[in-house]
Ligand binder design. Sequence first.
Ligand SMILES: Nc1nc2c(ncn2[C@@H]2O[C@H](COP(=O)(O)OP(=O)(O)OP(=O)(O)O)[C@@H](O)[C@H]2O)c(=O)[nH]1
Ligand SMILES: [Mg+2]
Length: 244
Amino acid sequence: MNDSLVIIPTFNERENIEAIVRKVMSLPHPFELLIVDDSSPDGTADIVLQLQQEFPGRLHLESRKGKLGLGTAYIHGFKYAIRQGYRFIFEMDADFSHNPDDLIKLYHACAVDGYDMAIGSRYVQGVNVVNWPMSRVLMSWFASLYVRLITGMPIADTTAGFVCYRRKVLKTIQLNKIRFVGYAFQIEMKFLTFKYGFKIKEVPIIFTDRTKGQSKMSKGIFKEAVLGVIRMKVNSFFRHFDRY
Ligand SMILES: Nc1nc2c(ncn2[C@@H]2O[C@H](COP(=O)(O)OP(=O)(O)OP(=O)(O)O)[C@@H](O)[C@H]2O)c(=O)[nH]1
Ligand SMILES: [Mg+2]
């Protein structure tokens, strides 16, 4: 078994899944991959099952019984990673918005430079987003600013979904207490990592809009986040963040 597990949640990613699996498998570091698929009606999981024969022991699949949200898919994956003993655990999208080559940079930040969390960040050096309409860039940037102001965490890209965690971070954060199920889950993970005093590094990356498959963004995501971030901050006043 290798020390690193990359978790990719999927819902209807038939057009991307084979290419992303092959790309990760071809990287110079022998990453293992866990696909957490929510019974995609387009048959994403069947493609993974086929590919498993080509990459025995390196490509893992967890299938859940319906679309249960990005956050819970990751928590499912994190628990799997802790059980299996991986030391470095990554989050990445299936749609090539995150360049798999950058996994090496995130790994380096944690495994060599000693950080506990490495964030593939769009906003740490200017704005590095390609092919998003200006409205979406602005929305994302202002969302990050809003979160930074409310939470006080010194992170430029608070909603980033391209992350490497050192095992002890995921073991310390009480995963069962994570409130958010959608994209705001990304904010909560960073907030908890920050509150527990772990060392966080933002690594500049270039984020590119998906070219294949469909977006799962919806307005409900914002509703969850806008008030949820305030609630999260208030709740933190009543919680102890001691590490044992
Ligand atoms: N398992 C699971 N995966 C999901 C769910 N929602 C989204 N995903 C996956 O999470 C990743 C990010 O979702 P995207 O739809 O790309 O979201 P986004 O990047 O904000 O939006 P676009 O890039 O515009 O599509 C992708 O790999 C999706 O397939 C879900 O409910 N369950
Ligand atoms: Mg995407």
